[in-house]
Design a protein around this ligand. Structure first.
Ligand SMILES: [Zn+2]
Length: 200
């Protein structure tokens, strides 16, 4: 078995590397688990904030990924906690958990740098509002469903502010203002009402 505290292989109840008894090692492990879970949760908030600041065109796809990651990591944390209480082997699951903890921070950093360092010229696309929807929550959760300008796609789900969400109606011509992104992830910085826009 591995020591829950330091991860060293141990042959005796008392770990030869960190010197902790099983009880103390378990307490140390569970304390660290809470700490790492907190880092993960704050990372999730950081990702959502970055998505507010520089909303990628594919924000919803990223949110689906983040949601799956969120539940997987929390479930793993709960499982690890239960196994630690029963003094089961933790090492493999612990490593997996530790790998997942920084992922939202990494994604948040990518989204932030993608927008912050963006020197690409703006791209404007004129299209038409095909619908709109909003999801419960206080974050930027309003979307305009617009006719896609991309090959093989029917619609784009453009993240917009609450004001823009209320301003637009189905059938309205709209100009989507985007940038290509420092890392090549297109993001939306504005939507503009086009009174006499020529539709694509
Ligand atoms: Zn140890």
């Amino acid at each position: 078995m591995h020591c829950p505290n330091c991860g060293a292989e141990r042959e005796h109840p008392v770990c030869e590397v960190c010197g902790l008894h099983p009880e103390a090692a378990e307490v140390a492990f569970r304390r660290r688990l809470i700490y790492q879970t907190a880092i993960f949760l704050v990372g999730t908030l950081a990702f959502l904030s970055a998505g507010q600041l520089f909303p990628p065109l594919e924000l919803d796809l990223m949110l689906v990924f983040l949601g799956a990651l969120f539940f997987l990591t929390l479930a793993l944390g709960v499982w690890l906690d239960a196994r630690a209480r029963r003094r089961r082997e933790l090492e493999l699951l612990r490593r997996l958990f530790r790998t997942l903890v920084p992922v939202p921070w990494l994604l948040a950093g990518l989204i932030f740098l993608n927008g912050q360092l963006d020197a690409q010229p703006p791209v404007h696309r004129v299209t038409r509002v095909a619908g709109k929807f909003t999801m419960p929550g206080t974050l930027r959760s309003s979307r305009l469903l617009v006719v896609s300008w991309r090959e093989g796609r029917e619609f784009e789900r453009v993240p917009v502010s609450r004001d823009d969400f209320l301003r637009f109606h189905r059938g309205d011509p709209v100009e989507i203002r985007m940038r290509g992104g420092f890392l090549g992830i297109p993001w939306v910085y504005d939507v503009y009402q086009k009174e006499d826009a020529v539709e694509r």
